[in-house]
Design a protein. Structure first.
Length: 371
């Protein structure tokens, strides 16, 4: 067992705290990773604000990158010293969905919180978010939950690949199939939404209309590749149609996870267009659409789970793109902080401020260096 610091939620609706936790040694088919950068994701907020109801105490975090410190028996995909990004939805490759080449729907993944061998310092058993619990100095995870990345890729960029970027870029490329000349609207400009903006622009979409409640997101959206920025209000539908010949967009991406913004996306989309819901909403937030509207509009409404991506295939491609500069992740990161500032980052996210806060861990934070 090893003592490390981590961000732990003790109960729903209470502020998470930095705690010292005991991690077990990696068992067969597990690896131990020293975390070097971790993103604070909206799903982490959902774990503590009541949107989700995981068991507690819970180590937060599922978007991170670091260095392999140790590998258990039977691990051959990584070696000690490898740089890796974490993957919160490693497919089993054996279930019905995986055999149909839909690993993002794998029957064995996606549980919000799972039991873990880690404990608080007093011996209280811990759960970890999405099998990772990555807002910590170190993690012990399944070997198939790590994906090797080039050593030259900055850890702060590698961390974002495992959730925000794979989700947002995948929604554009894999789920919706945006092509050059398509008109796109993106509602909600957190880390995922800005990733959608960047991917749509890279695909040749025009216009790319970024939408958010906060005027402060304008510069971030334009830096990510948006051609237009609009406030999310009752005038949105008219403003979108003014920019699209009166029709509406070919693709609207909802990156908030609320019934109200899903309806906004629906109304902003042209007849025959597609609405892709990327945000994860609450169970009881019901979307109501008229039966005649559904028939007459001929729109498609679908979700994008984890960007309809295969992380083992797509994450290395995104890593190469980030490394050669064809995928600019800079606009996604608005705050670089230490672990102690993580609770404040969740508060900023709850207020709709910024895009991604990334926690940076020194190389010697746990007495280990990457070599």
């Amino acid at each position: 067992m090893s003592l490390v610091r981590a961000l732990v939620a003790g109960a729903a609706g209470t502020a998470p705290r930095i705690e010292r936790i005991l991690l077990p040694a990696p068992g067969p088919t597990e690896v131990r990773v020293a975390i070097r950068a971790a993103g604070v994701c909206h799903s982490d907020l959902s774990m503590v604000n009541g949107t989700l109801a995981p068991p507690y105490p819970l180590v937060l975090g599922h978007e991170a990158a670091g260095v392999v410190l140790a590998a258990g028996a039977g691990v051959d995909r990584v070696r000690v010293g490898d740089h890796v990004a974490l993957n919160w939805a490693p497919p089993c490759r054996e279930c019905w969905f995986c055999r149909r080449d839909e690993p993002w729907l794998c029957a064995t993944t996606g549980t919000p919180a799972v039991p873990h061998g880690a404990t608080l310092a007093d011996g209280t058993p811990l759960h970890v978010t999405l099998g990772l619990g990555a807002l910590a100095e170190e993690v012990v995870v399944a070997a198939n939950a790590v994906v090797p990345v080039p050593a030259g890729l900055p850890f702060e960029s590698a961390a974002l690949l495992g959730c925000a970027v794979l989700t947002g870029v995948g929604a554009v490329r894999r789920t919706a199939g945006v092509v050059a000349g398509d008109a796109v609207a993106v509602i909600g400009l957190g880390g995922v939404g800005l990733s959608v903006v960047a991917a749509a622009r890279a695909a040749g979409a025009d216009p790319v209309i970024a939408v958010d409640l906060s005027e402060a997101k304008r510069d971030l959206a334009l830096a990510a590749g948006a051609t237009d920025f609009l406030r999310s209000d009752d005038t949105l539908n008219k403003a979108v149609r003014t920019r699209t010949g009166g029709r509406g967009v070919d693709h609207a991406f909802e990156c908030v996870g609320r019934a109200a913004t899903i309806r906004l996306a629906w109304r902003a989309t042209r007849r025959g267009g597609q609405v892709t819901v990327v945000g994860m909403g609450a169970r009881d937030d019901v979307v109501e659409l008229g039966a005649l509207d559904i028939f007459h509009s001929a729109r498609i409404l679908r979700s994008s789970v984890y960007g309809s991506s295969d992380p083992d295939r797509d994450l290395p491609e995104l890593a190469d793109a980030a490394l050669d500069g064809s995928l600019d992740l800079g606009p996604l990161i608005t705050d670089r902080i230490g672990l102690d500032q993580a609770p404040a980052a969740l508060d900023r996210m709850a207020r709709g401020e910024g895009a991604r806060s990334v926690i940076l861990f020194p190389a010697d934070a746990t007495g280990h260096r990457s070599g």
